[in-house]
Ligand binder design. Sequence first.
Ligand SMILES: [Fe+2]
Ligand SMILES: [Fe+2]
Length: 184
Amino acid sequence: MPKGRTVALPSTPSLPRWLRAELRSDHAGETGAVWLYLGLKQCSRDRAVIEFAESHLETERAHLNLFEQWLDTADKSLLIPLWRLAGWALGAIAALGGPNMVYVTVSAVETFVVAHYGDQIKALERSRLYPEVAELLKRFNADENLHQAEAEERVVLQENAAMHVWRALITTGSALAVKAARRI
Ligand SMILES: [Fe+2]
Ligand SMILES: [Fe+2]
């Protein structure tokens, strides 16, 4: 149990199977997010992009740390090296494509994340179970919402066919990653 937390979270082996699977996907997703921003930071030469990546990276590290400390080993994805690689590669490719591609990429990723956490929050609220977990996910999702908005407002070239395809690819890829991370 991490120190300094005001509300205690339930130990993950005590949680229902569906919720453990969801949390596994969150841990995988936050891993991918950290490595996405690392890829951006390491591969971009644009000062504004680097600063943007550094500020988001700090938040994602805090999210990841919480899952790292909270989740039981059995509730973490076995594919962590893959999520790191995929996140980093996505960041690197976006960085090579220049600032507009970076912000489109981050906007697409964070839009997906906001919907993903949003679905989990709704499911928890419907079940009336584990309000402390719902609160945690809401807190994280507020950060992701901010990340999405900060990226979106920096996008200069929106109506571009290649960017639409790129966004769709990211959404599909993220959905596949979530599916895999719920299981493995
Ligand atoms: Fe995050
Ligand atoms: Fe984020």
